[in-house]
Design a protein around this ligand. Structure first.
Ligand SMILES: [Zn+2]
Ligand SMILES: [Zn+2]
Length: 279
């Protein structure tokens, strides 16, 4: 039932342990919505040179293939807005946010480069982890728009281990029938298919090299880890997911990542998790 599924609001109401994290994401989501609807932000319109299928054949995600000026003009101001909102709502971040905002206001701040490498840590920016988190929350806006607007690539057009919409490293998948792996992007909610049920990153198929970790107390998900390339992915059952990014389910099952790291030394790609958990 859709009304029984988890949302940020429901986590805030029913899970006191996770409520602060859900509240923080709620504040950023509201600020993003206001930014988009107040009419002072540019439309997150995709402007490709050629249809999405051509971008994918060239190995580019749709965010990477979109007109950089359009994306940068949206993501830059939205990053600043989200950082301001964070500093206002959570006073413990105010000092770091003020230093970050001062750096972002520099006339030579290299927004195009920062946006095109948004999953990497920008060591030259103060409070680099905070910056990456806020930047990724801003990149999510046009990325979600693109993931909603276009059907995913077919199997023969996209084989990179990255989201075809926003380039995020794969970190989550859907459980269910079928002989292929269905991935879901933790940043934009884009869904796409990769051939086979083996490891999404290296293709390992041996059951002895693939481990499945679950913990009933940590919520309805499991983590599949590959011993060959040491990557891991969280698996959700489709019936728990609403359309769009699986943010609420990620927060609800955050303990699973902690247990997997503590007990098994298994960690998902930190670049993808940077979009979910503030430093
Ligand atoms: Zn994505
Ligand atoms: Zn692997």
């Amino acid at each position: 039932m859709a009304d029984e599924r988890w949302t940020l609001d429901r986590i805030e109401r029913e899970r006191p342990d996770l409520a602060p994290l859900a509240a923080l994401h709620g504040v950023l989501a509201d600020a993003t919505l206001r930014f988009a609807t107040e009419g002072d932000g540019p439309e997150p319109r995709a402007a490709f040179s050629g249809p999405p299928a051509l971008q994918w054949l060239a190995g580019r995600s749709l965010v990477a293939g979109a007109n950089p000026a359009v994306i940068v003009d949206l993501v830059g101001p939205l990053t600043v807005r989200l950082a301001e909102e964070l500093g206002r709502t959570f006073p413990e971040t105010a000092e770091a946010v003020a230093e970050l905002l001062a750096a972002l206001a520099a006339p030579d701040f290299d927004w195009p480069r920062r946006v095109s490498t948004c999953f990497e840590l920008a060591e030259s920016v103060p409070h680099a982890e905070l910056f990456r988190f806020v930047l990724l929350r801003a990149v999510a806006a046009p990325a979600i728009h693109l993931a909603r607007s276009f059907s995913p690539p077919s199997l023969d057009r996209w084989s990179r281990p990255a989201c075809p919409f926003c380039s995020a490293p794969p970190a989550a998948a859907l459980a269910g029938p079928g002989s292929d792996r269905r991935l879901v992007c933790v940043l934009c909610g884009g869904r796409w298919t990769m051939e086979g049920l083996g490891c999404h990153a290296c293709g390992e198929k041996s059951g002895e090299r693939l481990r499945v970790l679950a913990n009933r107390d940590a919520g309805p998900a499991s983590i599949e880890a590959c011993d060959t390339c040491e990557t891991a992915i969280k698996v959700f059952h489709e019936s728990y997911l609403l359309p769009g990014p699986p943010l609420a389910m990620e927060l609800l099952t955050a303990a699973l990542d902690l247990v997997a790291a503590r007990d098994e030394g298994v960690r998902r790609d930190p670049r993808a998790l940077a979009a979910l958990y503030p430093p």
